[in-house]
Write a protein that binds this ligand. Structure first.
Ligand code: ADP
Length: 542
């Protein structure tokens, strides 16, 4: 029997229409350089998105042309999120923290035609523009001098001038829901960046999952502080979720240091926020060192991108009443795949052990665990394997790349290794590329790092596998100490004793001023391994 339901495509235009009509008075609030907050409404975002779409059409954007953004989190970026996919073009969010060579690579690979750039990032774009052969138009926000961007064959124009005079409504086309809406490249932690193209449908469904009570529970009473950059995996879906639910968006622009963030929280009083653990760890250190700031408006903080240390969650909850929920996902999964919400019946230590896990899959996402031989292994909380995932907002391929190795019979191979328990809580032990294999057994670098990060003298800790004659590989712990702290490797090793199997205890240690980070703020273990291989780490053996 055929269903009798209407076939109304799930598109970003539908999200935008809903946001601007139903939640016309909800706000986008952007932090500015002078510390004040600029405020626009969803109705205004709707009108300006229409103008942006007309302007893009007028400058030649057609079909599924790619329109790139090189922008921080601000209202103009929200307008691009709305206008570009809704007009049928494809939004390509460029990560300004990539190296110039990587930016040239991804912009060329995506065939970007237009770049919308924040004035503050214009020098970065100017330096690579001669190599961006496909780009015919550059639109610059912030009223900066356009001179350095001028070159033959490229039209350069200020954002406000670009929009001016265009109609404030747009007949958004009826698009197929499986057509591409936006694209994002993986940050290349473990290789060359690969492109993922989100569809309108995947974006819509993912936004609903983000809004759901068991997701990030977004309502019209919320204000969402989106610290996670809009160039990093869709800003975790927070922008479209806000438009759906009518939540205010609070945008920190480029001011991502603890001090301006804490001031922004105190003033704008967001109820939900999203950022990677390093940001929350900076915020915690700042709050501890500068008492008297009010962050109590935050009811739910979504945190992920790398493992969230238990002590970070506990400290926020006990000292500041802020609940951090760990979520797990990747660029390829839109990114929300799992969230660590323990059942209410689970209390005490078990509650915290589930909070420290990567969580259970949200509805729409299925997980399985596969061992080295390709066999599925049970979800018993003990068996370890690679996590594979599938669902309507999980990528089934990479753009222009037949990397069959990343897929297995309709499932995405995440490259994440871990366990799944009977209740479907996932615990990641490592990325496949970071796994330490010592004497044929696995040592979890993540578990060692999380434990070490809990030592009061340790600011950051990371653990990599290094070659060992006898055991093939052994862990090397690279430690960043807190200012003024003094602690010896032997003391740190003693701190780990009893918490992990004795053969996991590292005998190689080094103290470093800072852990190298990737463009999205994760520990760059590839770099650290290279530093070790070239002998530039001062390793102490105990
Ligand atoms: P990249 O793959 O370039 O690092 P992504 O942001 O897509 O960029 O990273 C996804 C990866 O980040 C996941 O495969 C996983 O290894 C890691 N990750 C994400 N969330 C968590 C988490 N909560 N705990 C541990 N690792 C995480």
């Amino acid at each position: 029997m055929r269903s009798t339901m209407m076939n109304v495509p799930l598109t970003t235009a539908a999200i935008l229409r809903h946001g601007e009509r139903v939640h016309a008075t909800a706000r986008v609030r952007t932090l500015q350089a002078d510390g004040t907050i600029r405020t626009g409404t969803f109705a205004e975002v709707g009108r300006r998105s229409a103008q942006l779409a007309h302007a893009l059409r007028a400058c030649g954007v057609d079909g599924d042309d790619r329109v790139a953004t090189l922008m921080w989190n601000n209202q103009e970026h929200v307008e691009a999120y709305c206008a570009v996919p809704s007009m049928g073009a494809v939004l390509h969010t460029l990560n300004p923290r990539l190296t110039p060579a990587q930016l040239v690579y991804v912009a060329g690979h995506a065939d970007d035609r237009v770049v919308i750039v924040d004035g503050t990032l214009a020098p970065l774009l100017a330096a690579i523009l001669p190599s961006l052969d496909s780009v015919h138009t550059v639109v610059v926000t912030g009223g900066v001098d356009l001179g350095p961007l001028r070159r033959e064959g490229v039209a350069v124009i200020g954002y406000e001038e670009f929009l001016a005079g265009h109609p404030e409504s747009y007949e958004w086309p009826e698009l197929g829901e499986f057509s591409a809406a936006a694209m994002c490249y993986t940050s290349g932690t473990t290789g060359n960046p690969k492109g993922v193209a989100y569809s309108h449908r995947s974006t819509y469904l993912h936004s609903m999952a983000a809004c759901a009570a068991d997701g990030l529970s977004v309502t019209g009473d919320d204000a969402i502080l989106a610290i996670v950059p809009m160039f990093h995996a869709n800003a975790w879906g927070l922008v479209y979720a806000a438009l759906m639910a009518g939540a205010d968006l609070v945008m920190p622009d480029r001011f991502l240091q603890a001090e301006p963030l804490v001031r922004l929280i105190a003033e704008a009083r967001p109820t939900i926020a999203g950022a990677v653990p390093t940001i929350w760890s900076d915020v915690l250190n700042y709050l501890d060192a500068n008492p008297g700031h009010d962050v109590s408006s935050l009811g739910l903080v979504a945190c992920g991108g790398s493992a969230v240390p238990l002590h970070l969650m506990q400290a926020f909850e006990e000292k500041y009443g802020v609940r951090i929920l760990q979520a797990w996902g990747m660029t390829e999964t839109s990114p929300l795949a799992a969230i660590a919400r323990p059942p209410a019946t689970v209390t005490g230590e078990e509650h915290w052990s589930l909070r420290a896990s990567q969580g259970r899959p949200v509805a729409g996402v299925e997980l399985r665990l596969v061992d080295d031989e390709g066999n599925e292994v049970p979800h018993d909380g003990k068996s370890v394997g690679e996590i594979q995932v599938r669902g309507p907002w999980i990528t089934g391929a990479y753009v222009g790349d037949e990397d069959a190795e990343k897929f297995d019979d309709g499932w995405l191979r995440t490259g994440d290794v871990g366990r799944i328990d009977e209740r479907s809580f996932v615990t990641l032990t490592d990325r496949a590329k970071d796994v330490i294999k010592s004497g044929g057994e696995w040592i979890s670098s993540v578990e060692l790092e999380l434990l070490l990060a809990g030592h009061p003298d340790v600011l950051e800790a990371t653990v990599i596998g290094v070659p060992d004659e006898r055991w093939q590989e052994r862990p090397l712990a690279a430690i960043v100490l807190r200012e003024g702290a003094e602690v010896s490797p032997a003391e740190l090793r003693a701190f780990l004793e009893g918490k992990v199997a004795s053969w996991w205890l590292p005998e190689r240690w080094c103290f470093i001023p800072e852990v190298p980070k990737t463009s999205v703020g994760k520990f760059d273990k590839k770099m650290l391994r290279a530093q070790h291989a070239e002998g530039s780490l001062d390793v102490v053996a105990i």
